[in-house]
Design a protein around this ligand. Sequence first.
Ligand SMILES: [Fe+2]
Length: 202
Amino acid sequence: MKKEFIPEELNIKEDRPGLTLKMIQEHFKLYQGYVKKTNEIQEKINVADKSEANGVYSYIGELKRQETFSVNGMKLHEVYFGHLNGDGQPKGELVKMIEKDFESLDAWKEDMVATAISARGWAVLAFDLKDNLLHNYGADSHNLGAVWGAIPVIVLDVYEHAYFMDYGVNRKDYLSAFFKNLDWDYANKIVRHFELDKKHCK
Ligand SMILES: [Fe+2]
């Protein structure tokens, strides 16, 4: 079966508080590249010679290796851009879930910021289906640190390309801008879509 992903539209049309439209648009081009490459890799996998598979080097092996990088890059950016157009006001069922799992919203944010400063790629608030609880997971690359069976709910891109144009090396101020623009309604939609509030370990 042919698999083809269609890139999502950017829902941001003007400067956001602390984030210029120019930087967001340039960043969005990288996301579009991930969608394009994901489709290309999956097409090439379909016709690649599987008999040449080898753990040291093989064409099919490289396709499989880069597939996880590309697919995760696509998925994580979709959540990131999807919830970058809000007013930053925490609301909804997700807040109650965070307060239960992290003691308080402030404690969650402190942990999330520490994750974001430590990570080289991503800080992700994810609902892990292993224990039905929320976790802040850090990832050094799209496919290094990803936890299987965990659904990203809030996704924070901390690659330098996400903030260098506006902030240089000042990652902390970029993190403040991210939280100011976070659309909690979008994150709550993910919670409802996957019925995470029902699965949540009360
Ligand atoms: Fe990015």
